[in-house]
Write a protein that binds this ligand. Sequence first.
Ligand SMILES: Nc1nc2c(ncn2[C@@H]2O[C@H](COP(=O)(O)OP(=O)(O)O)[C@@H](O)[C@H]2O)c(=O)[nH]1
Ligand SMILES: [Mg+2]
Length: 271
Amino acid sequence: MDMRAGYPSISVVTPAHNEADNLPYVLPSVAEVATEVILVDGQSIDGTVAVAQHLLPRVKIVQQTGKGKGNALRCGIAACTGDIVVTMDADGSTNPNEILPFVEALLDGADVAKGSRFLGSGGSADITRLRRLGNHMLNGLVNRLFQTPFTDLCYGYIAFWRECLDFFDVDCDGFEVETQINLRARKANLKIVEVPSYEQPRRHGASHLRTFRDGWRVLRMIAHEWASGYSTIKTPGIHRAYRLAAVRGLAAAGVTWDQGSSDGVEQVRAM
Ligand SMILES: Nc1nc2c(ncn2[C@@H]2O[C@H](COP(=O)(O)OP(=O)(O)O)[C@@H](O)[C@H]2O)c(=O)[nH]1
Ligand SMILES: [Mg+2]
């Protein structure tokens, strides 16, 4: 990892509900690339917090305020201070060595880099046939409704510039959270790219996801986002300009927003 001065700082958020046995496969490798590691504990009773602190003394522990993976990510993302936020699972299925390609995609101009198990070198040794089918159908529905080219809707490995949170909120509770992030980023006209990712099998324990209950929640999320309209900001470049300004510290040098110019295009300008 290139740790030059000026390289963006990376906050990794990992939600964990009883993942103590899996953390040794995750935290040490994540620590090699992350500036900040935030573990969001879901009232684990297997020593998850103690194991995390033993493996990585600098880990930030956040206790979630409600229930579910969405609530956990919401709490964890709120605690991030890095330029880049990366969400990844704590069960050993998402490979920490893949963080770098996500970051590179952001440095190449994306606002959001979402992992895909169904693109190029991606794959999954974890997903069941039924879940694959459900994901495929929901993904197809989203692509029709939102004119997106997504290949994987419900995957927990996502990276984005933290400034993107000025354009969307994460405010759901369950496994529909990735769908919410992807759709709200799309609706805010952010530039989204997919990064091939290989999902390994969860190392220990069982999935917390219940296929029909959570598939239904994803479907309801799609309907809700479809019904609630798009961002009124129509210029994708504004996001990148804003983010670049923030990352380069231009804000401190007096960046102003020029809204409502003659062609209706908003611009960000460094004075
Ligand atoms: N804090 C917290 N983490 C959760 C909760 N539900 C799931 N997770 C975590 O979210 C990640 C993905 O969950 P997992 O059960 O592996 O779902 P799957 O990958 O879709 O089969 C894992 O790290 C879980 O520990 C929750 O309610 N609270
Ligand atoms: Mg998993």
